[in-house]
Design a protein around this ligand. Structure first.
Ligand SMILES: NC(=O)c1ccc[n+]([C@@H]2O[C@H](COP(=O)([O-])OP(=O)(O)OC[C@H]3O[C@@H](n4cnc5c(N)ncnc54)[C@H](O)[C@@H]3O)[C@@H](O)[C@H]2O)c1
Length: 252
């Protein structure tokens, strides 16, 4: 059987300094792609890139909430490489665990800005370069929270449901251009993001874990494997779909 072949592909991974984004980058590189890691955390970027194949990975501090910064970084990748084939939108934050009526307004705006507007900014800036090459694969990281609607995480849930809608709408807009757009809805993975929620709200997370029929958290390599396929030419007849990666915690 052939392996997933991403040789010569140019990929951008937002939130690439950590967790699921870094796992995706690792697997894309293992499949032959060159990967640009974008993140706000310079120190984490340097530490993470050191764990990857140095010839295949570069880093840049990019805040996805800043459209101009995203546009400059995207143009730079295109100028240097002549194309952008793959975009993985993994940058995200959890926000507080609080009921809607107590949810801090500034946290609402911040979570929406990073998790939803950030994905919009990256797609807006990068789709024209993909269209120019008549080829592209976009993978947006949503969440099971966006499908099911976890209680006490109203901004996170709304942002991740928004990512599912954005994925569907954009996929149809670009359906005849060679650009394929899908999303992944992870359940629970032991990343720094999830660990922070675990530490602050152990009972809340226990409840999430009890919902998983496979009775464990996801592994980072399992996320990387799905992203690698979605990023490949072999993913050619699925677009606008959100793939669960949840150990069987199906919703719809
Ligand atoms: N870990 C889980 O259980 C889980 C479950 C469902 C969905 N997700 C989603 O997966 C994605 C990755 O999460 P993770 O678990 O790897 O978390 P993580 O904290 O390990 O990684 C997220 C990265 O995004 C970066 N980031 C935050 N704000 C940014 C911004 N404005 N611009 C650029 N980068 C920014 C952070 O610096 C960090 O490196 C997130 O979108 C998250 O919502 C995670």
């Amino acid at each position: 059987m052939n392996r997933i072949d991403l040789n010569g592909r140019v990929a951008i991974v937002t939130g690439g300094a950590s967790g699921l984004g870094l796992a995706a980058a690792e697997r894309l590189i293992a499949s032959g792609a060159m990967v640009k890691l974008w993140d706000t955390e310079e120190g984490k970027l340097s530490a993470s890139v050191a764990t990857l194949d140095q010839g295949q990975a570069t880093t840049r501090v990019v805040d996805v909430t800043n459209l101009e910064a995203v546009e400059r970084a995207a143009a730079d990748v295109f100028e240097r490489n002549g194309k952008i084939d793959i975009l993985v939108n993994s940058a995200g934050i959890a926000g507080p665990v609080k009921q809607c009526v107590d949810y801090p307004i500034d946290a609402w705006h911040r979570v929406l800005a990073v998790n939803l507007t950030g994905v919009f900014h990256c797609c807006r800036a990068i789709v024209p370069f993909m269209k120019a090459g008549s080829y592209g694969r976009i993978i947006n990281v949503s969440s099971m929270a966006g499908k099911e609607g976890n209680p006490d995480q109203i901004a996170y849930v709304a942002s991740k449901a928004g990512v599912i809608g954005l994925t569907k709408g954009l996929a149809k807009e670009v359906a005849l251009t060679g650009v394929i757009v899908n999303a992944v809805a992870p359940g629970v993975f032991g990343t720094p993001f999830a660990n922070a929620v675990f530490e602050e709200n152990p009972e809340y997370v226990e409840g999430l874990l009890r919902k998983i029929p496979l009775n464990r958290m996801g592994r980072l390599d399992e996320f990387g494997a799905l992203v690698a396929w979605l990023a490949s030419q072999e993913c050619s007849f699925s677009t606008g779909f959100t793939y669960d990666l949840s150990g069987g915690r199906a919703s719809y």
